[in-house]
Design a protein. Structure first.
Length: 509
């Protein structure tokens, strides 16, 4: 098992520095009007069968109109700077092909037999014949049951806003050449655009807010909040009880530091962000601003002006006074102070239910991976490789009760675990712009900034609500153990150093 741990975890190692601040003054385009409408939304699993908008294939000559917007492990996202009315206000989300890892043999193109059992009640998902269709069905038929559809891209519910658009190999090759120098080197090394994918998704650009007069500025803050609660499952081994007191995010930071993925441990505490308390939320947002890593970005008029381009080794991941001044000046040109921007973000998060519902969805992970992993083995009908390594009768007895659960129950719990995993990994995009004369447009919510005596229209969206493959369960278990073991080891070392000095170690979370 040790060998496979190393193998499975090696793709997380990064190889070279990524940028933390990305000042694109020259690229900041004038405001782009988004053509998406708030009025058209469908909730639940009534798949909308609107006629799909026909899009001409994107060719090599179109590549110049697309600029690098961002990327994660699985997708690369381009912004549009051309003038085609059907593309203005949209981003193109292109699948990447992993070079170093193949977590899912079928890449979710077609769900595995076991995944079909888990998502059996969701016809549209089970019958999906492409990764894009499965992704859309998952958001529309599963995630909308837990997250407010007001904050989910209407594109996920309506075909005409979330369109697979044909893309030629030449277009993708040209795009790749144009943008590669802007991508973090470690992301380039890990994976590239899948040039043969044939299509990409056209989605509303949530870093801009529609209808803004050209003279005004609009801002968007992107936050990847990660897991916002401490697990309390009885299946967490006694030796790992630290998990009940220290956040996964914090423990993972130490492992990331050790692996060179970050240059300093972040001071961000997800429990603050999810606390529902204005002061703690502002504290969390300020900490994210100070250590953005891959958890925080600021866009101005649709262009990234601040924040990590990825989660890799990041020499600049800690804010220097010079950088802070540069970014503060850039924002101040819009009449907004940096502090007010952070306060507005906290206020919007506080008012909207976006974090509240997200937390409830994350908490669908009720057993923790230390419990859910046993049910995974029930589902794949193989001997449990975790129990295999246990000798204590008492502990074995506890887990054997999980192995005696009926299949239906295992499917439900693991399905919920995967839904929670999506909720723990998604991001929020909060965009805002000054209201016209203090009046709000009817399709936006409004927040008032006391510090500058100005109302702002805002929108808040979840992005990246992708379905996680069932096969990842083993990886989840191994990573969890690696994170907690590394953290405990560090604690012990620090404890020894500390105790040999002036007393007991401080176990402050
Ligand atoms: O396992 P985690 O918590 O490290 O999350 C992974 C993320 O790492 P993070 O710690 O946020 O930097 C990771 O993000 P990065 O690649 O590190 O930016 C991905 O989001 C990954 O999801 P997927 O493989 O693209 O479906 C994420 O994997 P999942 O666990 O969400 O499946
Ligand atoms: N609809 C959108 N509007 C504006 N920007 C977007 C949109 N979707 C994605 N982005 C930008 O592109 C980046 C990468 O997108 P996304 O999170 O979907 O990639 P991913 O590979 O699925 O991520 P992960 O690593 O979490 O799996 C985001 O962090 C965000 O900055
Ligand atoms: Zn077991």
């Amino acid at each position: 098992m040790e060998d496979s741990i190393g193998e499975l975890l090696c793709y997380r190692e990064c190889v070279s520095p990524a940028q933390s601040i990305y000042l694109l003054l020259c690229l900041v385009p004038s405001l782009v009007l988004s053509s998406s409408s708030n009025a058209d939304r469908s909730i639940g699993c009534a798949m909308s069968h609107h006629r799909q908008e026909e899009h001409a294939i994107l060719r090599e000559s179109d590549a110049k109109d697309w600029f690098y917007k961002g990327e994660g492990a699985a997708n690369l996202v381009l912004g549009y700077s051309g003038s085609s009315p059907s593309l203005v206000g949209k981003v193109l989300r292109i699948q990447k092909s992993a070079r170093q890892i193949n977590l899912s043999e079928n890449g979710c193109l077609v769900l595995s037999d076991e995944e079909r059992l888990i998502w059996g009640g969701v016809d549209e998902l089970v019958k999906s014949t492409s990764k894009e269709a499965a992704a859309r069905a998952f958001v529309q038929c599963v995630m909308t049951n837990y997250l407010d559809s007001k904050h989910i891209d209407p594109g996920a519910c309506l075909f005409q806003f979330h369109i697979p658009i044909p893309v030629s190999k030449e277009f993708l090759e040209a795009v790749e050449m144009n943008i590669n120098s802007q991508r973090p080197t470690w992301r380039v090394a890990a994976s590239n655009i899948d040039n043969l994918c044939g299509s990409a998704l056209l989605i509303s650009d949530h870093s801009i807010i529609s209808g803004a007069p050209k003279s005004d500025f609009c801002f968007a803050v992107e936050i990847k909040p990660k897991c916002g609660f401490l697990p309390s499952s009885e299946y967490i081994a006694e030796a790992n009880s630290i998990k009940k007191h220290v956040t996964r995010f914090k423990m993972h930071q130490f492992l990331k530091l050790h692996q060179g993925e970050v240059s300093q441990v972040s001071g961000y505490d997800p429990l603050d962000l999810f606390s529902g308390t204005r002061d703690r939320m502002l504290l969390a947002i300020t900490a994210l601003f100070t250590s953005p890593q891959n958890n925080f970005r600021i866009f101005m008029n649709g262009s990234l002006i601040y924040g990590g381009l990825g989660g890799g080794a990041d020499n600049n991941s800690v804010l220097s006074p010079k950088t802070e001044n540069a970014i503060a000046d850039l924002i101040a040109a819009s009449g907004l102070q940096l502090v007010s921007l952070l306060e507005l973000t906290a206020e919007i998060l506080l008012r909207s239910e976006i974090l509240h519902r997200l937390l409830a969805t994350q908490k669908m992970d009720i057993l923790d991976i230390e419990g859910a992993i046993h049910l995974y083995y029930n589902i794949i009908s193989q001997p449990c490789s975790v129990c295999k390594n246990l000798s204590k009768a008492e502990v074995l007895h506890k887990y054997s009760s999980l192995h005696s659960l009926p299949l239906e129950k295992s499917l439900k719990i693991v399905g919920d675990y995967l839904i929670a995993a999506t909720a723990k990994d998604c991001s929020l995009m909060i965009s805002f712009r000054p209201s016209e004369d203090g009046h709000s447009a009817s399709n936006h919510d409004t927040v008032f900034s006391k510090s500058i005596n100005q109302s702002y229209d805002y929108k808040a969206y979840y992005i990246d609500l992708d379905l996680k493959p069932l096969k990842k369960m083993i990886y989840y278990y191994q990573l969890d153990q690696k994170i907690v073991n590394f953290y405990k080891m560090n604690q012990e070392i620090q404890g020894k150093v500390c105790c040999s000095g002036n007393g007991a170690p401080t176990a402050k979370h």
